[in-house]
Design a protein around this ligand. Structure first.
Ligand SMILES: Nc1ccn([C@@H]2O[C@H](COP(=O)(O)O)[C@@H](O)[C@H]2O)c(=O)n1
Ligand code: MG
Length: 287
């Protein structure tokens, strides 16, 4: 089913085939999709330039003072290399990630960001969904397959990106960090428990109601770009099959083996949704 591609790697192709066949046999009414957002549904790079994450969309915007931009950049330059450092364990990275998110959110709150300007900031940004996003979102919607977008980014920004792209359909649900605005529409805090790159399991377990509603869908297609994304489906009840597709965007040589050990399919420097779309078409009987 896959075109020969140098970017597609599998440690165990037979296992992938078995999972796919089992999922197809069960039917698309037993399927749910759980996807990360930044650098999974959005592009990592375009024309040789890094694309922004939800946080970066705000960080680089006119809503942030130059002084604050500098501080946010410094945080990014300090903590992003830690996020993707394959020589450190997740346990070691965890408190540092909490530190990054907390410091960045505190800085954003100091900027007194206005809710009514978020749409403009997204429109003016360089955010880009991966090629093939229309087919991905529209096909899931047409087949009434629930899509959970589980992101350690910023929910308000994420929603605006998919709304402006015309794909925020009724089958899409988002778990993310949401902004809390005061009565005059100025950012005063972030709501609820912080979601960072390595605590998605805890986030999933806090949302048992969602997975309870989807208990008749024990087959999961999971898309991520970080090893932290692998726990996004930990709340799924009575899971039968899970197919995990991982985008390996950065530090490819250092991280390839760990991705191959954890994801069923690894897509190396692939900026498209071609492979997830091929899987969906197969699972819904369209190919
Ligand atoms: N201040 C921050 C904190 C995190 N990031 C990036 O956001 C990504 C998390 O979002 P997901 O949708 O992928 O869960 C993660 O890759 C961080 O690098 C950031 O840009 N700024
Ligand atoms: Mg991501």
């Amino acid at each position: 089913m896959f075109e020969k591609s140098s970017s597609l790697c599998m440690r165990d192709p037979q296992r992938v085939q078995d999972i796919l066949m089992s999922m197809q046999k069960s039917g698309s009414n037993t399927l749910q999709v759980i996807s990360d957002f930044d650098m999974t549904l959005t592009r990592f790079a375009y024309e040789g330039k890094r694309c922004p994450t939800c946080h970066n969309i705000l960080d680089n915007s006119k809503l942030i003072s130059n002084d604050c931009k500098e501080k946010l950049k410094e945080l990014l330059n300090t903590y992003y290399p830690i996020e993707i450092d394959s020589s450190r364990s997740i346990e070691e990275k965890l408190p540092l990630m909490v530190e990054w998110w907390t410091k960045a959110h505190d800085l954003l709150v100091e900027q007194r960001i206005r809710k009514d300007l978020l749409a403009t900031v997204v429109r003016e940004s360089e955010a880009r969904l991966r090629e093939g996003f229309q087919l991905f979102f529209n096909h899931l919607h047409e087949h009434s397959i629930p899509l959970l977008i589980f992101s350690a980014g910023i929910g308000d920004i994420l929603e605006e990106v998919i709304r402006q792209a015309g794909v925020f359909h009724s089958n899409v649900k988002v778990f993310s960090n949401y902004m809390d605005f005061d009565e005059s529409g100025v950012l005063k805090a972030f709501k609820g428990e912080l979601i960072h790159i390595y605590n998605k399991r805890e986030g999933a377990l806090l949302n048992t109601g969602h997975f309870q509603e989807l208990r008749t869908r024990p087959n999961v297609l999971l898309l991520g770009d970080s090893l932290g994304d692998l726990t996004m489906a930990d709340g799924v009840q009575d899971m039968e099959n899970i197919l995990k597709i991982g985008f390996l965007n950065d530090k490819v040589e250092e991280r390839k083996q760990s991705y191959l050990d954890s994801y069923d399919i690894v897509l190396v420097k692939d900026e498209t949704l071609e492979v997830p779309n091929a899987v969906l078409l197969y699972l819904t009987g369209n190919k």
